[in-house]
Write a protein that binds this ligand. Structure first.
Ligand code: ATP
Length: 444
């Protein structure tokens, strides 16, 4: 069988059916650009965030983490430049009133072209308005009075609280440059056209780290972080040949950035950014020092001088990483018996269920449940006794479970169970006593 021609549609269906991702508020018809993660999606998301935090914070002694509020003082966003310039150019079709991001029109046209639809305006071919600037920040009011004075914003990126807390965190952690501050959490952008499933949504999670260094070392650290971040995706099991590092061209660079690289993945809708690694210079610390009147410079107690460190920022998206893992893992194949199966070939490290436990017959439920409880101490285990064994395997294949253990009648005699591996579908008899070690060895 050919791998699904419309992979994104197939995956969206699988995610809904199996409980990875649903449209938000679906009973009311959904709300464009917002998604909910079901039991398996929530598990996968948690695994991604934990892996990032471990890699960036816990495994090193030069990075510390924070967890700040989403709503910040509105002057933060004036100083950072977001109130004035966090905008996308937007055009409307005069005929059908559809709205598009002007800088993505070519991309939409190419997609439609591929689907054999008319060129011109992406929807109906009507005339487009001139591009207008549209600010992407969600506005709200703090307190009971809805006035200009009480306007606040939902943060569009997590890093600004790192900059305004720089001095505080540096002092309490007693870190010396070079060092980093990491944070992950929700960000909000009122995207003109949320699309491609969870790739571009209006509420999403970011994992950002600001690495403060001396200007003379900026290129070396930029090189280090772009390589280190690329390697992280490979460690998460993403196929290396589907990943690339691309330097941003001068016209793509954000106003504050000196240089930037994107880690990109080849999605069915083209090569797209997963993460940006940028040299932000000392723009943000300067801006917040100026606007707040508080000196945010760093004091080097050996050289006895104050200076504004340069910032290298790897900025990744949790949801985009999750989508990458799904797209990259999805496969379809015809089995020896002629049946077809779809399978998520997740790395065992990230699979939301790592081991499925089945009694061959419901009569064996009790010892099989006990086995599942034992395995649960070490792995994300799932017990299932419903339906024919082949169907149970198929269900686990579809959610990416790397190993299934079947407890049968002989198990009670020989204290062994049958372990079936997802990708090869090979089965092996393994002693119950050695099962944890057996699986652990295969998960490394
Ligand atoms: P784009 O050009 O695609 O709008 P960007 O360059 O503005 O993205 P950044 O500001 O660099 O994005 O954000 C850093 C990371 O945050 C992105 O690489 C992505 O993983 C994630 N991200 C940004 N916007 C969204 C969104 N609307 N939905 C999901 N993830 C997002």
């Amino acid at each position: 069988m050919k791998k699904s021609e419309n992979l994104m549609e197939t995956l969206t269906g699988l995610c809904k059916r199996r409980g990875f991702i649903f449209p938000s508020s679906e009973v009311y018809g959904g709300i464009n650009g917002f998604w909910d993660y079901g039991p398996l999606g929530a598990e996968l998301k948690k695994t991604i965030k934990e892996a990032w935090w471990k890699n960036m914070v816990q495994d090193r002694d030069d990075i510390v983490g924070i967890d700040s509020s989403i709503v910040m003082h509105p002057r933060v966003w004036e100083a950072s430049g977001h109130v004035d310039s966090f905008t996308d150019p937007m055009v409307d079709c005069k005929e059908c009133k559809s709205r598009y991001r002007a800088d993505k029109l070519q991309e939409y046209r190419e997609e439609l072209g591929k689907k054999g639809k008319a060129e011109g305006c992406p929807s109906c071919g009507g005339e487009l308005t001139e591009a207008r600037k549209f600010n992407l920040m969600f506005k709200t009011f703090v307190g009971p009075v809805e006035s200009e004075a009480s306007v606040a914003y939902l943060r569009p990126e997590t890093c600004q609280s790192i900059f305004v807390n720089f001095k505080q965190v540096q002092t309490v952690s007693r870190k010396k440059v070079p060092f980093g501050i990491a944070q992950m959490g929700k960000s909000f952008r009122n995207e003109v056209t949320p699309r491609n499933f969870i790739f571009r949504s209006r509420e999403f999670e970011q994992m950002e780290m600001e690495f403060f260094c001396q200007q003379k070392d900026e290129d070396q650290w930029l090189d280090y972080w772009k390589q280190s971040r690329f390697d992280w995706y490979v460690e998460m099991g993403v196929k290396k040949e589907k990943l690339r590092l691309r330097q941003q061209t001068p016209d793509e660079l954000a106003h504050y950035a000196k240089a930037a690289f994107d880690v990109e993945y080849e999605f069915p809708f083209g090569w797209q950014e997963l993460e940006g690694i940028a040299n932000r210079g000392n723009y943000d610390l300067q801006q917040h020092s100026k606007a707040s009147g508080k000196d945010l410079s760093y004091f080097d107690d050996e050289a006895k001088e104050h200076y504004m460190p340069v910032v290298i920022e790897p900025s990744a998206g949790v949801d985009r990483t999750l989508l990458t893992l799904l797209v990259d893992a999805y496969d379809e194949e015809t089995m020896e018996n002629g049946e077809e199966r779809s399978v998520l070939r997740f790395h065992p490290r990230v699979a939301p269920v790592q081991v499925g436990v089945f009694p061959l017959s419901k009569k064996l439920a009790e010892p099989a449940r006990k086995l599942a409880a034992d395995l649960r101490k070490h792995f994300r285990a799932f017990y299932d006794d419903a339906g024919a064994i082949g169907r149970r395997y198929r269900r686990q294949d579809e959610i990416g479970t790397p190993y299934c253990v079947t407890f049968d009648f002989a198990s009670q005699e020989d204290s062994c169970a049958t372990v079936r591996e997802r990708d090869s579908m090979k089965q092996e008899r393994v002693s119950l006593e050695g099962l944890v070690e057996y699986l652990r060895g295969r998960f490394e």
